[in-house]
Design a protein around this ligand. Sequence first.
Ligand code: ADP
Length: 162
Amino acid sequence: MNIGVYPGTFDPITHGHTDIITRSLRVFDKVIVAVAPNLGKSPLFDLAERVEMVKLATKDLAQVEVEPFEGLLVQYVRQRGARAVIRGLRAISDFEHEFQMALINRRLDQTVESVFFMPREEYSYLTSSIIKEVASLGGPVKDFVHPEVAKRLHQRLRRHHP
Ligand code: ADP
């Protein structure tokens, strides 16, 4: 089976992420969404909540598995019997970081390929950070995230806007 691993912070998952998952399912038989703790990024949602929201947002997609992962990505990819790391490319600004990650991962394990997908244009400016900013200012985020994610964002950020 041709398996791809889609790693990320998903704080929280947006329609941009689900667009990448949907596209990657056209190429891979199964996609494992690997949610990283990434405490360095000081996530708004803890790991368990992020995993739960990814599960909710992908529940209608067959052949998607969601789990937390820690440690070296290439090791995890091998352990799961996968062949490739899936990443999304929004704009040129993503390129440098993704290029560096892909090359270091290749250096660490030459058998693991990195594969990039471009989202729909309307999601190409969408980041989890901008969504958190809009939600924290009381703006609507329903066009960009799953309804349950929108609800949790407003609940979590409400204290900033009584
Ligand atoms: P990370 O901290 O690993 O960058 P993210 O959750 O921010 O985690 O992103 C995971 C992957 O999804 C990255 O490859 C990122 O470029 C991609 N991504 C995030 N948002 C979008 C989007 N709107 N369209 C396409 N790709 C996206």
